[in-house]
Write a protein that binds this ligand. Structure first.
Ligand code: FES
Ligand code: FES
Length: 211
């Protein structure tokens, strides 16, 4: 009987079975020689240096709204949890807690970040700003939101105000399209987008007058 060529489907084997079989064979091949050697090397290194495991609570100091704030957190603690539950900075809100709504937005070194998906320990040595530090006077972003009815339930509002502030610091004279792009990491379930954009443009105008 002629030997079967393994690269060809067996008679009676479906194309799906053939592809599944070839994929498995390829994966096995990849995992054999180089991968096993790398794994052995990594295991040897781990035994030599000892595994680096961070556990328990660590003391950290964060620069928040111009103040040094210290607390202890587990290494896995998010910036949002740390701000709200350890440092009593409750402006950033937890809504989705998975980096998709923007309610927890804070400014780190001038850029907006979702604090619910940022580790607190990684923010040491960086400048963190939340809306507690913003100007609430007539030329501030919060005032513009109030004047332009840019909120309903208000859950998204701290995130929008923060994103708007960061956007205007980078681009004090945005077009509507630029403002939309600058705020596109934030979601409002109540649909206040028209008011939010009006507020953003009004805040830009007010800040320009003040300057
Ligand atoms: S709570 Fe962080 S993105 Fe929604
Ligand atoms: S005002 Fe309710 S989610 Fe935006």
């Amino acid at each position: 009987m002629a030997e079967h060529d393994p690269t060809k489907p067996r008679p009676g084997t479906s194309r799906r079975d053939f592809l599944r079989g070839s994929g498995l064979a390829a994966a096995t091949a990849v995992l054999t020689a180089p991968a096993v050697a790398a794994l052995d090397e990594a295991k040897a290194a781990a035994v030599e240096d000892g595994p680096k495991v961070l556990s328990g609570e660590l003391p950290i100091t964060l620069q928040v709204n111009g103040h040094e704030m210290s607390c202890k957190v587990e290494p896995r603690s998010t910036l949002l949890d740390t701000l709200r539950h350890r440092l009593d900075v409750t402006g950033p809100k937890r809504v989705c807690d998975r980096g998709s709504c923007g309610a927890c937005t804070v400014i780190v070194d001038g850029d907006t970040v979702y604090s619910c998906t940022t580790l607190a320990v990684s923010c040491q040595g960086h400048e963190i700003r939340t809306l507690e530090s913003f100007d609430t006077g007539a030329t501030g972003v919060p005032h513009a939101f109030h004047q332009h009815d840019a909120l309903m339930c208000g859950y998204c509002t701290p995130g929008f105000v923060t994103a708007c502030k960061a956007m205007l610091e980078k681009n004090p004279n945005p077009t509507i399209e630029e403002a939309k792009r600058g705020l596109d990491g934030n979601i409002c379930r109540c649909g206040t987008y028209v008011g939010v954009l009006e507020a953003a443009m009004a805040a830009a105008k007010a800040m320009k007058k003040e300057a």
